[in-house]
Design a protein around this ligand. Structure first.
Ligand SMILES: C[S@@+](CC[C@H](N)C(=O)[O-])C[C@H]1O[C@@H](n2cnc3c(N)ncnc32)[C@H](O)[C@@H]1O
Length: 218
């Protein structure tokens, strides 16, 4: 399977599973605690949220921001995000993040549980897009699963791209990209690309704050 087909299946999974998406947020206290971390993060000004999903983070970002532009490819999750986030400061955009380019710059680019869905070969391009989306002095803030989360996934072996199998309540199965980054590797990769980065771990997740190389995309 090439990465375009896998990325299409990944969107199909989130579209079909939108109604099931929020379940872990309701069931796992650790995720509720993670959401509270937003208040400790340097989120301000105009915020771009990548892969906003059902908007679990969007209202929290909006409470700290001047505006939030929240992008996701799945219409069904965006509908839930819109219903959850009644703020005139939030604009939702339906777009494929592997195609979409922002038409302006932001003070903060935030993404939760998105980095792990970007195929490794696309990471340098992804970080270039994030850098180009940041206004001078802006930061990327990101949260994702660490390596321990692999124990809870059906990881498919011998795949050209790190892949996991997800199942929905109706028994349907979808392949998604799932890269279990560790904080050290993300730090080293971003540093090699000229970013300045601080990453900390929290209960199996990692939280990154990163500033792009001087002059990037500006
Ligand atoms: C793990 S969820 C994260 C959602 C939200 N950030 C959160 O933490 O709850 C991944 C999200 O990526 C979105 N997504 C998947 N492929 C995408 C693509 N190519 N472009 C934009 N969004 C995509 C899915 O629709 C889904 O909402």
């Amino acid at each position: 399977m090439d990465d375009d087909a896998l990325l299409a299946e990944q969107v199909a999974y989130y579209r079909a599973g939108a109604a099931e998406y929020d379940r872990p947020y309701a069931e796992y206290e650790a995720l509720q605690r993670l959401l509270a971390v937003v208040d400790e993060l340097p989120i301000d000004g105009d915020v771009l949220e990548l892969a906003c999903g059902t908007g679990q983070w969007t209202a929290l970002l909006a409470a700290r921001a001047h505006s939030v532009t929240a992008v996701d490819a799945a219409a069904e999750v965006l509908a839930l995000a819109r219903a959850r986030t009644a703020s005139p400061a939030v604009q939702f955009v339906e777009a494929d993040l592997f195609e979409w380019q922002p038409s302006r710059r932001y003070d903060t680019v935030f993404f939760a549980f998105w980095l792990s869905h970007v195929p490794p070969t696309r990471l340098p391009g992804f970080w270039r897009t994030v850098a180009a989306a940041l206004a001078p002095g802006g930061r990327a803030v990101f949260i994702d699963d660490g390596p321990a989360a692999a124990a809870y996934e059906e990881v498919l072996t011998n795949q050209p791209i790190p892949t996991a199998l997800r199942r929905l309540d109706d028994g349907s199965r979808y392949r998604i990209v799932k890269v279990f980054h560790d904080a050290r590797t993300v730090t080293d990769d971003l540093t090699a690309l000229g970013w300045s980065v601080r990453i900390r771990s929290l209960a199996g997740n990692f939280i990154g704050i990163a500033e792009p190389p001087a002059g990037s995309g500006r």
